[in-house]
Design a protein. Structure first.
Lengths: 523, 318
């Protein structure tokens, strides 16, 4: 919560370079795509106004594009165009098309038929009619379309941060992941202001008289080109390797900040959503990514973790966190839960995750198969001696662990089991536990330290390099503050990690983060 | 000047214009008259190729219109529409300059011509900077007429040109327009459904129905010599007034001795209709009015009673 004490203004001043960069990127994305949409949409709108029989299908198609959820559209673009500005611009372009085509079509169709006939009757050619009569008279409607498209694009452009295209979304999504309100607002307020200001300016142009509008019609495309060009200037330089980090990773001390401070790592970086990050690395759009060490996609996409030889990523060892009163109520519970301890290391967990996330096997089946293989499985005793409530967060690894614990409790004790899986994020799961909605759930030491306890920076720095120190600290603090017990760690460490494609890492002889730094410093 | 031969226009399977032939002489005004859907507007628009004929020939000034570039053809033919068709985003001056600019006139020639026409149409020069929506309906229509006359085309096509105006403004502008020497020199084809308007403006009327010509002739011919029952019944409602409009003082000139050659003021031209003469007599409460026949430069005189007697005698003999 340290960041909360800092005022929004302080945050914005401190991050003003980033803020400016993101705003320029945002404008660039918005206007590049808008310009493209005008270049394509305007002639298309004119064409369907002339050939009305095609109007239905063209408008229908543009309408369907509009209904695709923005994040899905961005997702579709990645296999085709990779990551970065290209897919973002294409996606925004597709969104801007409908208002522009539709308003061009409507504007031109609504030009008074008598005026058009008068123009023809006086001997104007159809091009003269288009440029001297139809377009000027359709201009207010047309500008309304451009205005709508602009506002839509400013909004959707925030999502560009998910696919490494930059923009104000970097702050917004970084802020959400880090639970940092100032950071969210530092992105959201400028984005909203951009939308409001652009909408206002365009509405002024729209309401100008015919005489004055002529001047602005030349200014508008020039201004758009200028604004879009800003975007491409800072992107000209290209490094040896390209890194893609999540917005959350970018803002964390045990993330990008630590990499810079402790390793002195200087790598060209883009911000990207973890949903597409692994695939982008696999498809060679990115070389280094910030992943989770037990993610199933590590195996699916043949990625290698770089060793954190200076220990900047705190350990995220997983262990069940149990209510003290539950341990008393169910005396067999502690012993049973500890059965799992020491059985799952990083690579086993990665493999289990791979089966669920990538091979789409059910978590229950994966849990069952694993217990059978480890000879831990026992058929259910259908116990009636009270019900143990198991919670889990909303991702595959937690589902697998919850299923294993359920099997173990049913097989080894006379207790019944109720699972409450998919309890959203850490906050929701932890609140359910302290409010006696569940009896235990699997938690990670690093999360307990940084998200729940949030001790002063000094304390964190002093312990975060060591697995036992962190474990002992959270165990002690949880007991004191919340009457919760950390049982024995299961064994795997689902921490942040830098990863590269295995083949590339081998080829460049990069095994540790320091190796990466050395490679980047070489000529 | 304008010759149409076996003109036809099909929309799908129905013929909007069905084998029409007519001729408009230089300087003549031909009014295409008929109810909505009779094909009069379609006929008009085929002259400047806003509608392409399905068959037949039209020539203007001896040149087949179908062999000319349509845009160039139209630049040489004045065109006035109902609702004036002024460009709302152009000022009055810009509207009037459209055709001259298409014809690549220089700016000086354009402004000179604009001034001349404004004067003739009684429009103050300050209107030039105004936009159409800042003018009244009557003023807009005047500008519309001025625009059509700018390049001084020999042929003028008018499609219900006064149709959108209220009756009083309409008849005022009509009268004004008729007086214009610009107008008198032109070969005009005019479409209207207003019988009164047709009788006021026409040298000859072409009465149409269901795509065919029922009768072409002078107003008097249509009234007193209808080709069939349709023509007669078409005019029946307003017959008396029309007859007063159709008969000119010239028509009564030789027939009646009641005109004696005393020259005095006020006077009217013998080309005036009985209708116009009666309204002048009544408006000014005149006992006697002199009549001047320009052709022979001779003078006669009449009173209201004598005029009406002469008119009724003519009517009976018809």
């Amino acid at each position: 919560m340290n960041n909360q004490q800092q005022s929004l203004w302080q945050f914005m001043r401190q991050e003003h370079e980033k803020l400016l960069q993101q705003t320029i990127e945002h404008l660039g994305l918005t206007f590049t795509s808008l310009l493209l949409a005008i270049l394509i949409g305007l002639p298309l709108g004119i064409w369907i106004a002339r050939k009305k029989q095609f109007a239905g299908s063209v408008l229908g198609f543009a309408g369907v594009l509009q209904t695709i959820p923005s994040i899905a559209l961005l997702g579709f673009m990645i296999p085709l165009l990779g990551i970065g500005p290209k897919p973002a611009i294409v996606a925004l372009f597709l969104y801007a098309l409908l208002p522009i085509i539709r308003n061009t079509f409507t504007g031109i169709s609504e030009v008074n038929a008598t005026v058009k006939e008068a123009a023809r009757g006086m001997g104007m050619s159809s091009w003269q009619i288009l440029f001297k009569v139809e377009l000027p008279l359709a201009m207010p409607v047309l500008l309304a379309g451009i205005r709508t498209a602009t506002v839509i694009n400013v909004g959707v452009a925030t999502l560009a941060a998910f696919i490494a295209a930059g923009g104000l979304g970097e702050f917004i999504f970084g802020g959400i992941s880090l639970n940092n309100t100032n950071m969210i607002l530092a992105g959201a307020i400028p984005a909203a202001l951009l939308a409001i200001i652009l909408d206002f300016l365009l509405s002024r142009i729209q309401n100008l008289s015919f005489k004055k509008i002529k001047v602005f019609l030349w200014l508008l495309p020039v201004a758009m080109l200028l604004l879009s060009s800003f975007y491409f200037i800072p992107n000209l330089g290209k490094g040896k390797l390209l890194a893609g980090f999540t917005p959350e990773f970018m803002g964390r001390r045990d993330g990008d900040l630590g990499l810079r401070e402790i390793y002195g790592l200087k790598i060209k970086t883009v911000v990207i959503s973890d949903a597409v990050m692994y695939k982008a690395a696999f498809e060679k759009h990115l070389d280094v990514i910030s992943g989770y060490s037990t993610d199933g996609r590590l195996k699916a996409f043949d990625l290698t973790i770089l060793e954190d030889n200076k220990h900047i990523f705190p350990p995220y060892y997983c262990a069940p966190v149990v209510r003290k009163d539950a341990l008393q109520k169910f005396p067999e519970l502690e012993k049973t839960l500890n059965l799992l301890s020491g059985t799952i290391n990083d690579s086993i967990m990665t493999d289990l995750n791979y089966k669920v996330d990538y091979l789409k096997q059910s978590p229950e089946k994966v849990a069952h198969d694993f217990l059978v293989k480890q000879q831990l499985f026992r058929p259910s005793r259908n116990g009636k001696n009270g019900t143990v409530r198991i919670g889990s967060k909303i991702f595959g690894e937690q589902y697998i662990l919850a299923a294993m614990y359920a099997d173990l409790i049913q097989g080894y004790t006379n207790y019944a089991v109720a699972t409450k899986t998919g309890l959203g994020g850490t906050k929701i799961c932890f609140d359910a536990l302290t409010n006696n909605q569940i009896d235990f759930y699997p938690e990670y030491t690093g999360t307990g330290l940084l998200v729940i306890l949030q001790p002063p920076q000094k304390t964190t720095d002093s312990i975060s390099g060591s697995k036992p120190k962190v474990y002992n600290f959270v165990k002690k603090m949880f007991e004191q503050q919340y009457a919760l017990e950390w049982l024995k760690p299961i064994g795997f460490n689902n921490a942040y990690a830098l990863m590269m494609r295995s083949k590339q890492a081998r080829g460049l002889h990069i095994k540790t983060i320091s190796d990466l730094k050395k490679y980047l410093q070489k000529e | 000047m304008i010759v149409a031969e076996h003109l036809r226009k099909d929309f799908g399977k129905t013929a909007a214009v069905d084998d029409i032939s007519f001729e408009v002489k230089e300087g003549e005004t031909l009014v295409l008259l008929g109810t909505s859907g009779c094909g009069k507007t379609t006929t008009l628009k085929m002259i400047n190729r806003l509608t392409e004929p399905s068959g037949g020939r039209i020539s203007v000034n001896g040149k087949d219109v179908l062999e000319q570039n349509p845009d160039e053809l139209r630049r040489g033919i004045g065109y006035v529409l109902q609702n004036n068709g002024l460009f709302p985003h152009y000022s009055v001056a810009e509207n009037m300059a459209i055709v001259p600019k298409l014809l690549k006139w220089d700016q000086q020639k354009i402004s000179q011509r604009t001034k001349t026409l404004l004067e003739k149409l009684h429009l103050p020069e300050k209107y030039l900077a105004l936009y159409p929506n800042e003018l009244s309906g009557g003023q807009q229509q005047r500008v519309g007429l001025a625009r059509a006359l700018m390049a001084d085309p020999p042929v003028l096509l008018m499609d219900e040109a006064f149709g959108a105006l209220d009756p009083i403004t309409r008849s005022a502008i009509r009268k004004e327009f008729k007086q214009l020497d610009e107008f008198k020199r032109k070969t005009i084809v005019m479409v209207t459904h207003d019988v009164q308007e047709a009788f006021e403006m026409a040298d000859r009327i072409c009465l149409m129905d269901a795509g065919k010509i029922k009768q072409i002739g002078t107003p008097a011919e249509l009234l007193f010599n209808p080709a069939d029952a349709f023509v007669a019944s078409f005019l029946d409602d307003q017959r008396f007034q029309l007859e007063l409009k159709a008969v000119s003082l010239n028509d009564l000139w030789e027939r009646h001795a009641s005109f004696t050659g005393i020259k005095s003021v006020p006077f009217v031209s013998s080309e005036s209709s009985v209708w116009e003469t009666v309204s002048i007599i009544q408006k000014n409460n005149l006992k006697q009015i002199s009549i001047h026949q320009p052709k022979t430069d001779s003078w006669k005189q009449t009173s209201l009673k004598e005029l009406m007697d002469a008119f009724f005698t003519l009517q009976k003999s018809a």
